[in-house]
Design a protein around this ligand. Sequence first.
Ligand code: PEP
Ligand code: MN
Length: 264
Amino acid sequence: KLVSREFHPEDTVIRIGDVSLGAENLTIIAGPCAIESETQALTIAEHVQRAGAHIFRGGAFKPRTSPYSFQGLGEEGLKILAKVRETTGMPVVTEVIDHETFDLVEQYADIIQIGTRNMQNFSLLKRAGHSSKPVVLKRGMAATIDEWLMAAEYILEGGNSQLILCERGVRTFVHHSRNTLDLSAVPVVRKESHLPIIIDPSHAAGRRDQVIPLSRAGVAVSAHGLMVEVHHAPEQALSDGGQSLYPYQFERLCQQVRSIFGTF
Ligand code: PEP
Ligand code: MN
């Protein structure tokens, strides 16, 4: 299989402008859950860049559980992401949720994200396989690692080898967190596959107070990067405010994970 180490013994490294993801790098992706306005995005981007983030995240098309929740700004959100890139120089990652908007998202994004709910949306995976842009494929919230790697195989088989895996927690019976971060996925994936794997502690925890410890743990198990939600005013966030870090907390997170990474 294309995803396996037997096929490709060396670690895959994804290059997005000046940023490298994979192998010996620790790459930090940060930003709000959703793009809410130009001011919001630029304010957060400035904070996370100063703290040490390499890539900016923000949803324009949001996959929300309730149809009454904020669905994202759509194309306007993509234009704001382009503005963030222009202003800060950071590459931007944003989620694609369906086939209809794929071309549009692809035009604006430096990295295309496929979320947990679409991990086995095979037609979307095939489309991503034909994209010229790198893809982040999140693990399905109830997917085994084999199912996740087979989903990745769809993208590689389509000809796109710029693929990053993201562990974002799986559903369990507990109530102390939104999902359960499967840290053991990191060594398993690193052994089985050459693809980079990052950790999303924010959607795993669902609450701010667990994000820094889970980030430290993610780096300790040798994830290639982190994707973290940050908001300058989480209490006013239109989505996932409860798990979004304050800028000062994100700064602390960066300092702590860099010092752990530095001990390897
Ligand atoms: C996100 O990162 O914006 C997101 C919706 O995450 P997930 O697909 O992991 O729930
Ligand atoms: Mn979110």
